[in-house]
Design a protein around this ligand. Structure first.
Ligand SMILES: *[C@@H]1O[C@H](CO)[C@@H](O)[C@H](O)[C@H]1NC(C)=O
Ligand SMILES: *[C@@H]1O[C@H](CO)[C@@H](O)[C@H](O)[C@H]1NC(C)=O
Ligand SMILES: *[C@@H]1O[C@H](CO)[C@@H](O)[C@H](O)[C@H]1NC(C)=O
Ligand SMILES: *[C@@H]1O[C@H](CO)[C@@H](O)[C@H](O)[C@H]1NC(C)=O
Length: 403
């Protein structure tokens, strides 16, 4: 029997996607089974969402302590809670603040970051999905049209320039076209094209295509997914971070963040549905297998340890909740793949049980969550610890039986 590695060498075709699809639940994972009933899970999640409201600055549509992009993700979790429970307990605060931010910050961009704009536009899409509010859908579309001017087209790649940037661009890197990649910042001289912005754009484009049946969005989603697949994955099947479009230089290979692979998973799960294209489903399955089994951000017990800062907020504290939201979406759309679904439910439940048993403490009816999911239990309230827990708590409502 010829080994897989030798076969790949001989045929030179095993570039990532056809390799390793381990969808097993590791026996070393800590508590992959849920213990709470549906009513308890809804209370846990809604209480955590409410716990951030005292931090909301209503004038600015932002939360004290949290970064602007993180605040957008609080509203995403609130809208997704309502999507899952259909209770609409958060509709007022979500709608008011998504409208407020859109009025205050042009195209949802507060500080010249395309990913910021997309976090908020995605929140507006989730709110549209939960409430059917067309006005919020129009905010998402308007923001999409703005960020679209920062996605490299095949023509940009051929000409070596893009209208929104002041420097000559490399049309291809390592022999592969840069078309489909999305710039991180709308600043004319900023060169970074990265996974989070491209993955967010993939995801929003795929959702808009699904909602509107407008092929413009599907084409943009395919271009973004193609850029990820051909240029920005490592050999373990995880998303890398940045490529600079002026010289093809890359971020360090050690920059492996949950949210980069997370946005890819969420986008691919929608793209696979709207296109029915098996190649996107295969890419999704491979990325799910890689993400859930990696040692890049979790121990053998499966508990994510990335962004475990208990002293102060930082961007990294907000990453892992994005991955859990993404694998929840893949779970929700994964009815044709029970093995993958079981793996994803187990993965989310591992985080859920860790949060409840290792990383939280009850104080006067409010549970404080630590950003350090493997523990120890927190001794105080931190807004970023609450934020990091949200998508786990919301997802756990949905993935476990309705009893
Ligand atoms: C709310 O945000 C605005 C705008 O950034 C700021 O001027 C104001 O001081 C904030 N209010 C509170 C109570 O922090
Ligand atoms: C990039 O442009 C900004 C203005 O948009 C300017 O402040 C900055 O100095 C420029 N950076 C470089 C490296 O040229
Ligand atoms: C499809 O979406 C694009 C981008 O938002 C828009 O310019 C175009 O008018 C839409 N087409 C239709 C038929 O609505
Ligand atoms: C809050 O608790 C964490 C441990 O969970 C600790 O590291 C931090 O210093 C505490 N901060 C304050 C202000 O007490």
């Amino acid at each position: 029997m010829i080994s897989r590695g030798l076969l790949c060498l001989a045929l030179a075709v095993c570039a990532g996607s056809v390799l390793a699809q381990d969808l097993s639940v590791p026996s070393t994972w800590r508590e992959p089974q849920n213990k709470l009933n549906i009513a308890e899970r809804v209370i846990v999640s809604q209480t955590a969402l409410n716990s951030l409201l005292p931090e909301l600055n209503k004038t600015a549509a932002q939360f004290n302590v949290l970064g602007y992009w993180q605040g957008g993700n609080v509203f995403s979790a609130m809208a997704n809670e309502d999507h899952v429970t259909r209770l609409r307990l958060n509709q007022g605060v979500v709608t008011t603040n998504l409208n407020k931010a859109f009025a205050l910050y042009a195209d949802y961009d507060q500080q010249m970051y395309d990913d910021d704009a997309l976090w908020w536009a995605t929140a507006a899409y989730y709110a549209y999905r939960a409430y059917g509010d067309k006005n919020l859908l129009s905010h998402a579309i308007k923001t999409w049209e703005h960020v679209k001017t920062f996605q490299l087209s095949p023509q940009d790649a051929a000409s070596g320039s893009i209208a929104t940037k002041s420097f000559p661009i490399m049309g291809s890197c390592e022999g592969k076209t840069m078309a489909g990649g999305v710039f991180w910042r709308p600043v004319a001289n900023d060169t970074g094209v990265n996974s989070v912005t491209t993955g967010l754009f993939l995801t929003l484009s795929a959702y808009l295509a699904e909602a509107t049946h407008n092929s413009t969005y599907q084409d943009s989603a395919i271009a973004a997914a193609t850029w990820m697949k051909t240029l920005n994955m490592n050999s373990d099947g995880l998303a890398l971070d940045t490529i600079n479009a002026n010289d093809c230089s890359r971020s360090p290979p050690t920059w492996l963040f949950t949210y980069n692979s997370g946005k890819l998973i969420e986008g691919l799960s929608v793209l696979a549905d709207i296109t029915g294209d098996q190649s996107w489903r295969d890419f999704l399955t491979n990325t799910v297998a890689a993400v859930t089994h990696t040692t890049a951000w979790q121990g053998a017990n499966g508990v994510i340890t990335e962004g475990a800062d208990t002293d102060s907020d930082n961007d990294g504290a907000g990453f892992k909740t994005i991955l859990i939201r993404a694998v929840h979406e893949a779970w929700a759309r994964g009815s044709k793949d029970p093995q993958m679904r079981d793996l994803l439910r187990s993965y989310i439940n591992v985080q859920y049980n860790a949060l409840l048993e290792l990383a939280s403490t009850e104080n006067k009816g409010v549970r404080w969550y630590s950003a350090a999911w493997a523990g120890p239990q927190p001794t105080n309230y931190t807004a970023w610890g609450q934020l990091a827990a949200l998508d786990v708590l919301v997802s756990a409502v949905d993935i476990n039986p309705l009893v």
